[in-house]
Design a protein around this ligand. Structure first.
Ligand SMILES: [Mg+2]
Length: 388
């Protein structure tokens, strides 16, 4: 086998560690159907090579991801060239048929490729920018008064955009939050809205599925209020509904795709005219380079890419390198909703935590690979299981 890079990047080991990471206070996720979250699980994956370069990635999942990788991926990766991800991505597609999706592994392969080339992955792929405008993604449903208070803080922190959650039984209550924020902050703070209607979790209860009529009424109201985008107004395969909704709108963008997977599904979403802004996630959806192919389809259709990033700091940085390599990026999701889920909680496994600058931009790490810097001491402390 001829290795792509000059270094010996043949894979010697794939190590998975399941982490249970604490949150600083109770968190009530709007999408969580009455759940109270006090910690979150992730599986840290390290792909080690002969030359000593290690690729890093992480799944937004617990032992089920580690077991899938250990059983269906690792045996096929050992001895292969990590710096040739396009030769290996088929292994990840096969693994999805057999176990839980493990597409995040492709990130570790590109991390090795970037390190072998001595370049950040965004520069390897074209370097369209070295910073992106970030929006503050909130995760809880709160009263208009509390959100206005939050938004004053968010402005002080440097953000130029906020995302609010719509999950009240009566969406008119959520609209009152947008009205209050628009009144208090005006054009200093762009407003985005997420309805999380695309991925209904059956069995958990507490979810209020919107009809097309509800989605349309909310969308028209948000357009009147000058909102930038409405995210996931309908189920993720309701292609005709999404297209019909989009046809009724002018300035309001329809965003979505965090629960859709892969090149083929996004091709359908684009051809059916479902979204203005596509939101696949590099650690959830068929591999990061596969999403770069989706970005090219999107570019040719005049659409924007704004990946979902609410997984963990590793996922956030992977998505950041992806958008920094394409011309059609949009607002970048920066999860931050203190006290339960501040940005520091999402990135607690990193020693160098992504932060926005005074203008509300997020700088792309200028380190080889994806620029992860792991806090080994913290990771050791919160490891609950190991594989490989
Ligand atoms: Mg979302």
């Amino acid at each position: 086998m001829e290795l792509v890079s000059g270094l010996d990047t043949r894979i010697t080991r794939v190590r998975c560690r399941v982490l249970d990471l604490p949150l600083p206070a109770d968190f009530h996720p709007a999408w969580g159907r009455n759940e109270i979250q006090r910690s979150f699980l992730m599986t840290l994956v390290e792909v080690e090579t002969e030359a000593g370069l290690t690729g890093v990635t992480a799944a937004e999942a617990g032992a089920e991801a580690a077991i899938s990788i250990d059983r269906f991926v690792t045996p096929h990766l050992i001895g292969q060239d990590a710096a040739a991800p396009e030769q290996l991505t088929g292994i990840l597609k096969d693994a999805e048929i057999l176990g839980s999706p493990v597409y995040c592994v492709e990130v570790a392969l590109w991390d090795v490729a970037g390190k072998a080339a001595g370049l950040p992955v965004s520069k390897l792929w074209g370097a369209s920018t070295d910073r992106v405008p970030a929006y503050c993604a909130t995760g809880e449903v709160r009263s208009p008064e509390r959100r206005v208070e939050d938004c004053h803080r968010i402005l002080d922190e440097g953000f130029k955009a906020v995302k609010l959650r719509f999950h009240s039984d009566d969406p008119r209550e959520d609209i009152r939050v947008v009205e209050a924020v628009r009144r208090a902050c005006g054009d200093r703070l762009a407003v985005l809205v997420d309805a999380n209607q695309a991925g209904v979790l059956p069995g958990l209860g507490g979810h209020h599925q919107w009809t097309f009529q509800t989605a349309l009424e909310v969308a028209l109201e948000l357009e009147r209020l000058g909102v930038v985008w409405l995210e996931e107004p309908l189920p993720r395969h309701h292609y005709t509904g999404l297209r019909r909704l989009r046809e009724r709108l002018g300035t309001l963008q329809i965003a979505g795709g965090e629960n859709n997977h892969g090149v083929h599904e996004f091709k359908v979403l684009i051809e059916q005219g479902c979204y203005d802004v596509l939101q696949p996630d590099a650690v959830l959806s068929e591999g990061i380079y596969q999403l770069r192919k989706v970005a090219a389809f999107a570019e040719s259709a005049g659409l924007l890419m704004a990946p979902h990033t609410w997984t963990h700091g590793v996922g956030l940085l992977a998505n950041l390198q992806l958008v920094a390599s394409i011309p059609n990026y949009s607002w970048f999701e920066f999860p931050h909703d203190p006290p339960g889920w501040p940005a520091s909680a999402l990135s607690q496994m990193l020693t160098e935590k992504p932060t926005i600058d005074a203008e509300g931009f997020l700088a792309v790490p200028d380190r080889p690979g994806f620029g992860f810097t792991l806090d080994e001491e913290l990771i050791e402390r919160h490891t609950v299981a190991s594989f490989g």
